[in-house]
Write a protein that binds this ligand. Structure first.
Ligand SMILES: Cc1cc2nc3c(=O)[nH]c(=O)nc-3n(C[C@H](O)[C@H](O)[C@H](O)COP(=O)(O)OP(=O)(O)OC[C@H]3O[C@@H](n4cnc5c(N)ncnc54)[C@H](O)[C@@H]3O)c2cc1C
Length: 431
């Protein structure tokens, strides 16, 4: 561990670790500080050390995120456990509106990919360990942060392997630029007085994996029900090397993300597996046949939160610490990853031109580059959630008209597809 770094990244979750990978092989000295013991791709499974970023969930990576990971040299490894989403079916339970997106219409291999978070974590961390310009300071926590005129100073605590406690370290670390990537409840932002503006959706996301009698055919289902939207994402092995993806009839699992009102979630969590499967079958219908098996259930409170500031001299806030979105449209991580790439390119360019990477002038460019994509994506995700969460009959009709409109208006459908593919805010000329 050095006492001074060009860049210190607080949080080695999916966003912080992706930024570190994007900055490897540069002349910059980087440190990543992460409290949970992760080494050589091995993620500890002790309950006590539950790592929030690389848990049992899966993430729908957009086509745009695949392109980013390709650029970072990680896609080949990530794709080993990536299930392609060839089609997306959007419907409203008990109503007639529905729309479909198909990868073939947009001349891409897939609209996106579903990857278990644990595999994303292993891939990212093994990419970090093999590089010399990155110090992975782990398990260690940031306890204090102060800004002087020329650098940001960080106080650390390190995990004591015997007691499991975090003891205050004697060394402090300084950096030209500190990137805060410590998640939606960012303690570092709180320490700096950076406020979060939060809107609670009054909902929880219940997450689990389910096995169905009918193969998903690499189709994702977004379904809106009275109790909240649900997404069934395809999981399981696929032959990604072949264009004609061979279906594996023995692996017909899906990752379920089901939003439920706050006051119902505990009851649904307490159900036996068979009660839960019956309820899910009723809400989801029989598009995938019979629901045969269900895994361990987890749930997460849902909110839209945005930090009041994303840059200060010597400081940038990224990922969930900057913006946490409702998960049903699968946009949060994809948005953050676009930010990671933009920030990495900006830092490297500034360093190559001998500009101070922590100066507000340089960091303002990051915000200028990102705000259109952020505004558009947050608005899209928030509007969809509110529109499809409303049980009012008039709103239901509007939804039907919207879904039918999407199906018949190429412009509207293209917009929807670009957003789903993570290309909404980019200039990529793929569609
Ligand atoms: C149910 C659900 C499903 C989702 N599905 C999708 C999807 O399909 N597609 C999509 O794009 N997005 C999805 N998201 C959003 C996605 O999970 C987040 O965008 C992503 O996890 C944000 O990662 P992060 O690294 O910013 O934060 P986190 O994952 O919270 O990681 C923060 C890291 O900081 C570390 N940390 C905490 N405190 C400190 C400290 N004091 N010092 C140092 N380090 C610290 C933590 O240990 C952790 O490793 C989903 C979210 C939910 C809740």
């Amino acid at each position: 561990m050095n006492s001074h770094y060009d860049v210190v990244i607080i949080g080695g979750g999916m966003v912080g670790a992706s930024l570190a990978v994007a900055l490897k092989n540069t002349k910059l000295n980087i440190a990543v500080i992460e409290p949970y013991p992760i080494s050589s791709g091995e993620i500890e499974r002790e309950e006590k050390l539950y790592q929030p970023s690389y848990d049992a969930r899966s993430t729908a990576l957009s086509w745009g995120s695949r392109l980013i990971y390709q650029q970072l040299g990680l896609w080949q490894k990530l794709s080993l456990h990536a299930t392609p989403i060839k089609k997306i079916h959007v419907s409203d339970r008990g109503r007639f509106g529905a729309t479909r997106l198909d990868a073939d219409s947009y001349r891409v291999e897939a609209l996106g990919y579903v990857v278990p978070n644990e595999w994303i974590g292993k891939t990212l961390v093994s990419g970090l360990n093999s590089h010399g310009n990155i110090d992975f300071i782990c398990p260690a926590k940031v306890e204090g942060i102060t800004r002087t005129e020329s650098a940001t100073c960080i106080t650390l605590s390190k995990r004591n392997d015997e007691t499991g406690d975090y003891d205050l370290a004697e060394e402090t670390v300084t950096a030209d630029l500190v990137v805060i990537a410590d998640g939606g409840r960012s303690e570092t932002c709180q320490k700096l007085g950076i406020e979060m503006q939060t809107h609670s959706y009054g909902q929880h996301a219940l997450v689990t994996n389910v096995t169905t009698s009918k193969h998903h055919g690499y189709e994702a289902f977004e379904r809106f029900t009275e109790s909240g939207p649900m997404a069934m994402l395809p999981l399981g092995a696929a032959d990604n090397s072949a264009k004609n993806t061979a279906l594996n009839p023995t692996d017909s699992r899906c990752a379920l993300v089901w939003t439920l009102p706050e006051d119902q979630v505990e009851d649904v969590m307490a159900m036996s597996d068979s009660e839960f499967m019956a309820l899910l079958q009723d809400r989801f219908g029989y598009r995938l046949g019979q629901i045969e098996q269900v895994g361990v259930r987890h749930h997460y409170p849902l909110k839209l939160s945005q930090s009041a500031e994303q840059v200060r001299a010597g400081i940038v806030v990224v990922g969930n610490a900057a913006h946490a979105l409702h998960p049903v449209a699968g946009q949060g991580y994809n948005l953050a990853l676009r930010g990671v790439l933009s920030l990495a390119e900006l830092i490297v360019k500034a360093a190559n031109q001998d500009e101070p990477i922590g100066s507000l002038t340089v960091l303002q460019r990051y915000i200028e580059d990102r705000y259109v994509d952020q505004d558009k994506t947050i608005l899209f995700s928030d509007k969809i959630t509110r529109l499809f969460g409303d049980t009012n009959t008039g709103v239901g009709l509007l939804r039907d008209m919207g879904l039918i409109g999407l199906d018949i208006l190429p412009g509207a459908k293209r917009f929807f597809a670009r957003q789903a593919m993570g290309l909404g805010g980019s200039e990529a000329k793929i569609l």
